[in-house]
Design a protein around this ligand. Structure first.
Ligand code: CA
Length: 227
């Protein structure tokens, strides 16, 4: 999952980026409101974190314009103010949630997880395909009840695949949701990581393969009869 942070306080922005990357998210940061809006409209983010007071353009205005452009990704607004009318204004501009500074990183993380679950409520906190399970709270991945150890990027990739089961995903789409701007993405990066994942979640197990190559296009994940 790929997150955009728009926050002009470099210390806060960079600390959030580091913290979220440790939790396997791909994170981009913009320090100015107009740059933030540009990035939000031109990249395919799964969630936006917007500071309210920003140079260039206010967080609420970014929020409004993002919604006007029919982008429905979850938005969390950060603010120093804590008056009820500010909260209401933030939510009315299209934000899904609101955090008052200073906040605990754990609280932000919990809210991000809750918002990313929202469109697929029925999935709960554990994502599943065949005998493979991924627990989004404990980060435990298992198949046939055997624990599988994944690197942070492998986990991020598997999480994205599990959320998009039975859909054909192009390599570009996968890159856009799993890697950030600054990542060194080579032409074969997706293949390399798919190879790592196959060796960990498919090859050692007798159940059906879950990772399928769609020739000339990308991948499909899940128990598939015809690819
Ligand atoms: Ca600010």
């Amino acid at each position: 999952m790929r997150i955009l942070i728009v926050e002009d306080e470099h210390k806060i922005a960079n600390a959030l980026k580091r913290g979220l990357e440790q939790e396997s998210y791909a994170v981009d940061v913009e320090y100015d409101g107009e740059d933030g809006l540009h990035a939000a409209l031109n990249e395919d983010y799964d969630l936006l974190i917007l500071d309210r007071m920003l140079p260039g353009m206010e967080g609420m205005e970014i929020c409004r314009q993002v919604r006007q452009n029919n982008l429905h990704c979850p938005i969390i607004m950060l603010t120093a103010k804590d008056q009820i009318k500010d909260r209401v204004a933030g939510l009315n501009s299209g934000a899904d949630d609101y955090l008052i500074k200073p906040f605990a990183f754990e609280e932000l993380l919990a809210r991000i997880k809750a918002l990313l679950r929202r469109p697929q409520d029925s999935l709960g906190t554990v994502l599943k395909s065949d005998s493979l399970t991924l627990d989004t709270v404990s980060y435990e991945v298992k198949r046939n009840n055997k624990i599988i150890n994944l690197s942070s990027k492998e986990y991020a990739l598997l999480y994205y695949l599990l959320r998009n089961q039975d859909r054909v995903l192009s390599k570009d789409t996968i890159i856009a949701h799993v890697w950030d701007f600054d990542a060194d993405v080579l032409p074969n990066t997706v293949e390399v990581y798919m190879g790592y994942l196959r060796n960990k979640i498919d090859k050692p197990f007798s159940g059906p393969d879950l990772i399928h190559t769609v020739r000339g296009f990308g991948y499909k994940f899940g128990v598939v009869k015809n690819v």
